[in-house]
Design a protein around this ligand. Sequence first.
Ligand code: AMP
Length: 280
Amino acid sequence: MKIIREKRELTDIVDKWKNQGGTIGFVPTMGAIHEGHLSLVRKSVQENSRTVVSIFINPAQFNEKSDYDAYPRTEEADLGKLSEIEPDVIFIPESKDMYGDRIEMLDFDMRGLDKTMEGKYRPGHFAGVVTIVYHLFSIARPDKAYFGKKDYQQLAIIRLLAQKRFPSTQIVPCPIIREASGLAMSSRNSLLTTLDREKAAVISRVLFQMADNWQKKTLKILLDEAKQHFESADIPLEYLEVAEQDTLKSLENYSNAPAVICVAARIGKIRLIDNVELPC
Ligand code: AMP
């Protein structure tokens, strides 16, 4: 497992690998590595001749500076966890190397996928995400890139980015890894107190309850009851939405298209997201 901190060096290694043949798998992360990340890395190592994992806390995608400042930075522990799976390269660039002196956002039409849910509450977030993924894909030139369904809207946007700009890169969606309580693993969980962690488990519990009652009650009743649960648990919601899986269009009634329930909630100062997919 080689640690690379400069994009020039990664470019050279990727050139060499491309000449040798075989496939390159890529797992972009912002570090504070947990089992969710590791599941992606394991899959990439299994499915490719080479795997690159990047660790880069991307300033361009944080719409709140306090969130960027508070984001956990745990490089040593991250490298320890990754070394057990042994991807070929861990790429840990500096912002200046990725962006130069000024971050220039990628001009990319997200076809409205960036306008709903996260987009409403985190203006500019997805522009920052597509910008960094564009740069990283351009350097790592992956055959397959692994993304978690935990960030459902991000996954939809990255699929579109790949389709339009990186047609030879396959986007591999990976299931959400959860703690025993059901709480979706997230780097931000480490910022929760023990009590808040218990409270946060309500988020997935309500989602699973909605999934159990899917099509047994009207969608309006399902949503109203869920919102009531969050209110009783004293968990403020940013949004709770049922959307079409492919288009992320909000649904008010059951439809023939497979759906996903997405939620963003605040536990104290920490913002958490989760989702659950449903059949038609
Ligand atoms: P992040 O470091 O939060 O940017 O996440 C890096 C990648 O790991 C993204 O593709 C995430 O969707 C994915 N990821 C984060 N948490 C989980 C999880 N609990 N289960 C599966 N994938 C995850």
